[in-house]
Design a protein around this ligand. Structure first.
Ligand code: HEC
Length: 120
């Protein structure tokens, strides 16, 4: 039928437009997801300060994927300073960061045993 031959390209155009309109916002959402916000991470005192301090150099994801004791977090801060040129943080500010890091990302592994890394 000639009518359907005429209609097909028009329908295809409408379909493509609809696809574009559906895809555009999710493409936008994807670029936005790359930008981090402190709200993506566990709530806690001094979260925002810690977040902004550490994300001066790298994403907070590499911080959040760690689970360590307070002592190990303390060492991590030293490593950032000694190896990566982070400004030295001492005193109250350091304690506050350690408070947040050790509460939000505590050691997850049971001592001496393997634990499913996907289990929290
Ligand atoms: C002056 C820059 C700088 C600052 C500020 C900084 N880091 Fe880092 N950090 C680095 C670099 C460089 C690396 C290694 C390269 C990478 O993985 O991006 C790194 C890696 C890490 C890693 C991964 C270590 C590993 O063995 O995989 C952790 C955890 C980390 N940083 C924690 C922190 C925390 C917590 C803070 C905030 C208290 C912080 N960093 C602030 C520069 C910095």
């Amino acid at each position: 039928m000639t009518t359907s031959n005429l209609r097909t390209p028009a329908l295809a155009a409408v379909f493509l437009l609809a696809l574009y309109l559906l895809a555009a916002p999710s493409l936008l959402a994807q670029t936005k997801a790359a930008e981090e916000a402190p709200e993506q991470y566990p709530a806690g005192e001094h979260r925002d300060d810690t977040f902004y301090f550490c994300t001066a150099c790298h994403g907070f994801k590499i911080v959040a994927q760690q689970g360590q004791t307070r002592e190990r977090w303390n060492e991590t801060i030293d490593i950032m300073t000694n190896r990566h040129g982070m400004v030295e943080v001492q005193g109250e500010q350091r304690e506050q960061m350690l408070d947040y890091l050790s509460k939000a990302f505590p050691e997850r592994r049971a001592p001496g045993g393997w634990k499913n890394p996907f289990e929290r």
